[in-house]
Design a protein around this ligand. Structure first.
Ligand SMILES: *[C@@H]1O[C@H](CO)[C@@H](O)[C@H](O)[C@H]1NC(C)=O
Length: 457
């Protein structure tokens, strides 16, 4: 500061000297140079329009005030104010003046203002009108399947910041899924259901490569019940956008008309009795024999195979003369219960007769025919129900199975005519049936008996 002050003083003296003898400058010069060497510094010239070099400011504007007028912007003492164009920022002194030493009091330049580089959105992009300089507008777009959230553009502002906030690209495009065609299938034979298969649908999504498909409902290749079943699929992408589809599986049960049981018989049918593949077996009540097919199948074309069977009354001839001729007729068809009594007045017989009369249906169910041997010679009789037996047959039975005429007894023969059990006291029907059920019936007969137990009421 002290040096500067000193300089100013020196200049002032110099100035006074020069201004005093402007006219005789050359003569003076001679004089001065003789006396003492004068400083060779520039002489102050207020008229020199280029005392200081002309100022220029790229991307900015100068506003200079000269003591000598507007066009003398380089004259000594000129003061210039510098401002930068829009988008530029002044670096240096905003105000300078032209000094006596022919220099400007400071320097400055305009630096372009740049906004920071914008982030790249992972699911979108932007394009800018002029890069990252002031007033450049950057427009954001999102990839297919994404939607922009926020302002669609940002502009670089004169203060170097961006307008608005950065938008985001969100996936709001739901995945796409297409279900298989609805389908109908006939129930499998002998079933009310059908196995139905299909290929699970594949979902696509613009953002998510392989979104997971979820089945809501019955799995493919499992048994679907009769009627319509809705099968749904749903799918979510990573952004939890949802899509779904559905189709219908219809199962049709083909049926035949319901079969009528035969007169004096009944049917036992498998599955649902008259659906495709169901099998119905014909059975006859006790005392009746089946003629015709034993079973029929409900076919695909809604008709039953074969023809209906009939149950015919079993016919036994009682007018045969030998035991074997009588027995042959029952072979493998009927069991025999032979009841023998010395007299119709026998108490045990009367009791037994009463019980047997009441249980005739139960006996028939168990395929039992009753043969009665009554009294003793000469009034001896034999009968099956009301039909009399030949005396030779009565005698033959007594001998073959050693049946006494002198006391009450009962004998059970199986279907092969084999003597199985003998009773000498009256049996209640329950006791009799319990014995037959336990020891004489085969498995199949036992099953049927179970089904038709209520038949006798
Ligand atoms: C049903 O099909 C069977 C054999 O598949 C055939 O014998 C029968 O005639 C058909 N019935 C009808 C009514 O078409």
């Amino acid at each position: 500061m002290a040096v500067t002050m000193h300089g100013v003083v020196v200049i002032l003296i110099f100035y006074v000297t020069v201004s005093a003898g402007t006219e005789e400058m050359y003569s003076n010069y001679e004089l001065v140079s003789e006396e003492e060497p004068i400083d060779e510094g520039p002489r102050l010239d207020y008229n020199d329009p280029t005392w200081c070099h002309p100022l220029s400011l790229a991307n900015g504007e100068l506003s200079c005030v000269s003591p000598r007028g507007r066009s003398y912007s380089g004259t000594l003492g000129t003061r210039c104010e510098m401002t930068c164009d829009r988008g530029y920022k002044l670096v240096g002194k905003s105000s300078v003046h032209c000094l006596a030493n022919r220099r400007w009091s400071g320097t400055a330049f305009c630096r372009q203002i740049r906004c920071r580089v914008l982030h790249l959105n992972p699911h979108g992009r932007y394009t800018c009108s002029q890069g990252f300089v002031v007033d450049s507008r950057c427009d954001y777009t999102c990839k297919a399947g994404y939607r922009i959230i926020g302002q669609h553009s940002r502009t670089c502002q004169p203060d170097g910041s961006w307008s608005n906030n950065e938008p985001v690209c969100t996936d709001d495009d739901p995945p796409k899924i297409r279900c298989p065609m609805s389908r109908a299938k006939y129930a499998d034979p002998g079933a009310l259901t059908a196995k139905v298969a299909w290929d699970p649908p594949v979902a696509t999504d613009t953002a998510d490569k392989a979104p997971e498909v979820i089945l809501v409902g019955q799995e493919p290749n499992t048994a679907f019940k009769e009627g319509s079943t809705v099968v749904r699929y749903k799918v979510y992408d990573l952004a939890r956008n949802r899509a779904g589809c559905k189709f219908i599986v219809r199962v049709v049960v083909r049926r035949c008309e319901v079969l009528n049981p035969p007169l004096h018989g009944y049917l036992s049918c498998s599955s649902d009795t008259n659906n495709y593949g169901a099998v119905c077996e014909y059975h006859c009540e006790g005392g009746h024999e089946r003629t015709g097919t034993s079973s029929r199948v409900c076919q695909f074309n809604h008709s039953w195979s074969g023809a209906p069977a009939e149950c015919r009354q079993m016919e036994f001839r009682t007018n045969v003369k030998t035991v074997s001729a009588l027995m042959d007729q029952f072979y493998e068809k009927r069991r025999l219960l032979i009841v023998s009594t010395p007299s119709l007045m026998n108490q045990e017989y009367r009791l037994q007769n009463l019980m047997i009369q009441k249980s005739r249906c139960g006996l028939d169910l168990r395929h039992v025919t009753v043969i009665e041997l009554l009294g003793s010679a000469p009034q001896e009789r034999g009968r099956i129900k009301t039909k009399p037996l030949h005396p030779g047959v009565i005698e033959g039975l007594r001998q073959a199975f050693r049946i006494s005429r002198t006391y009450f007894s009962m004998l059970i023969l199986d279907k092969n005519g084999v003597d199985r059990e003998r009773f000498i006291t009256p049996m209640s029907s329950d006791e009799l049936f319990a014995y037959i059920d336990d020891f004489l019936l085969d498995e199949e007969e036992r099953d049927r008996l179970e089904i038709h137990r209520d038949f006798c009421v």
